[in-house]
Design a protein around this ligand. Structure first.
Ligand code: NDP
Ligand code: HSE
Length: 428
């Protein structure tokens, strides 16, 4: 049984987990694939850094090209992150006939189609299960499990850091800053957590899920993005009062062949299963035309959950090697991309308004909604303890984004509205 040789690019949080699983589960893995899987070389930035696992120093190099061009290596596992550099590494690895496993959503969201096209040309595998929702096998599920269905809607909590922060703020009253610092310390956040909190990390993952779900080439620029940095404890408290949880949701949905994709803080009705997903956990809810509702839940980040997906991808490559069928499973999107217009994108909205507390105010506000054909589900008014004003919480029925924008513009001209404090999408 000739061993299959793996070259690792990166030995940080995820890379360390990959080494632990490959070494710890060696017997089980080799009996599944019929050969030992061994790590031949590892590229790191600082070869003399202290590590939490024992590594033979002879395997370490600070030159990724040494790993990529090593003729002994069959599979390159890219867990170093970043886009500049890694794109070139991946393309060259494919040119050298190596199969690729990566956890890099930034790379796959931006250059996935180029890399997958090169893989098809070179008859190599490119697997990227860990790039979305860490330990949840959602990519394989969309490609294989749902190959027979037509996906109508995907809703995902696909960023562990923001779910951790929102959960801490909601359940323990932790400040945004403290919760973010904890997420960083636990290894969930990106090196620059701006991409987590501003929704970009989730947007990249939704672009990948949208591409697989709708079989059309969804680009990052197709995803409308809003992060959680403007979500206040007050918003979360109001959401709870009305029976909702605040979640950073990625939502991809379609009517016929037209679809929309967004990432935004969303108030989710408490009885929806995705509202109960807390902490660093991720979940992806998929509604298929034939299957109906499904939901996939698990750890979305962290050393061992993410490494589980990476090693499962290595196993898939090795099984394909044995069967001689590498390069056949990459999905190259084939459908034309048709994005919905703002008139076609419809959902429920929550608004929190600070208004003058006097006669006729409610009539003026409801007039604005009537003008633009937005129907209201509920209206709740309460006094504001700190000012002579009142606060009004409104939940609309489904309304088009275009009409809601008109309503908000109309509000700018209403003297009785002191401030539109918050606007959120509502689901469930
Ligand atoms: P880390 O920052 O913990 O590790 C990065 C590793 O890459 C380090 O070992 C570093 O070396 C090495 N490295 C960085 N630049 C270079 C370079 N130019 N040449 C050689 N080695 C280099 O990252 P993570 O493990 O957290 O993330 C890795 C990937 O996995 C990213 O794409 C990330 O988005 C993705 N991911 C991460 C998850 C998580 O929970 N952390 C979850 C899902 C996906 P050194 O150790 O010497 O500094
Ligand atoms: N920063 C990411 C998160 C890591 O918090 O979900 C997993 O991709």
């Amino acid at each position: 049984m000739k061993p299959v040789k793996v070259g690792l690019l990166g030995l940080g949080t995820v890379g360390t987990g990959v080494v632990r699983i490959l070494e710890g589960h060696q017997e089980d893995l080799s009996s599944q694939v019929g050969s030992p899987i061994i790590i031949e070389k590892i590229a790191v930035k600082h070869a003399d850094k202290q590590r939490s696992i024992e590594i033979d120093p002879a395997k370490l190099t600070e030159d990724p090209w040494e790993v990529i061009r090593d003729p002994e290596i069959d599979v390159i596992v890219e867990v170093m992150g970043g886009v500049n550099g890694t794109r070139e590494f991946m393309l060259e690895a494919l040119n050298c006939g190596k199969h690729i496993v990566t956890a890099n959503k930034d790379l796959m969201a931006l250059y996935g189609s180029e890399i997958l096209a090169k893989a098809t040309e070179k008859q190599c595998d490119v697997f990227y299960e860990a790039s979305v929702a860490g330990g949840i096998p959602i990519i394989r599920t969309l490609i294989e499990g749902f190959s027979s269905d037509r996906i109508i809607k995907i809703m995902g909590i696909v960023n562990g850091t923001t779910n951790y922060i929102l959960t801490k703020m909601s359940q323990e009253g932790t400040s945004y800053e403290d919760a973010l610092a904890e997420a960083k310390q636990l290894g969930y956040a990106e090196a620059d957590p701006t991409s987590d909190v501003e929704g970009l990390d989730a947007a990249r993952k939704m672009a990948i899920l949208g591409t697989l779900g709708f079989r059309a080439n969804v680009e990052l620029s197709d995803v409308q993005v809003r992060g959680i940095s403007s979500v206040s404890k007050e918003d979360i408290a109001y959401a709870k009062r009305l029976g909702y949880e605040m979640k950073l949701l990625g939502i991809a949905d379609r009517d016929e062949e037209e679809f929309s994709i967004s990432v935004q803080p969303t108030m989710v009705k408490k009885n929806h299963p995705i509202a109960a997903v807390n902490g660093v956990f991720n979940a992806v809810y998929v509604f298929g035309e034939a299957v109906g509702e499904t939901m996939f839940y698990g750890a979305g980040a962290g050393e061992m959950p993410t490494a589980t997906s990476v090693v499962a991808d290595i196993v898939a490559v090795v099984k394909n090697l044995k069967l001689g069928v590498n390069g056949l499973k990459s999905i190259v999107p084939y459908k034309p991309k048709k994005l919905k217009s703002d008139e076609q994108i419809c959902y429920k909205n929550f608004l929190l308004l600070q208004v003058a507390d006097k006669a006729g105010v409610l009539a003026q506000i409801t007039q604005a909604f009537a003008e633009y054909n937005v129907s209201l589900e509920s209206v709740v008014q309460s006094p504001n303890a700190d000012t002579p004003d009142a606060e009004i919480m409104i939940v609309t029925h489904r309304a088009s984004r275009a009409n809601m924008e008109q309503v908000l513009k109309y509000f700018e001209g209403l003297e009785v509205i002191r401030r539109v404090k918050s606007v959120y999408r509502v689901e469930g």
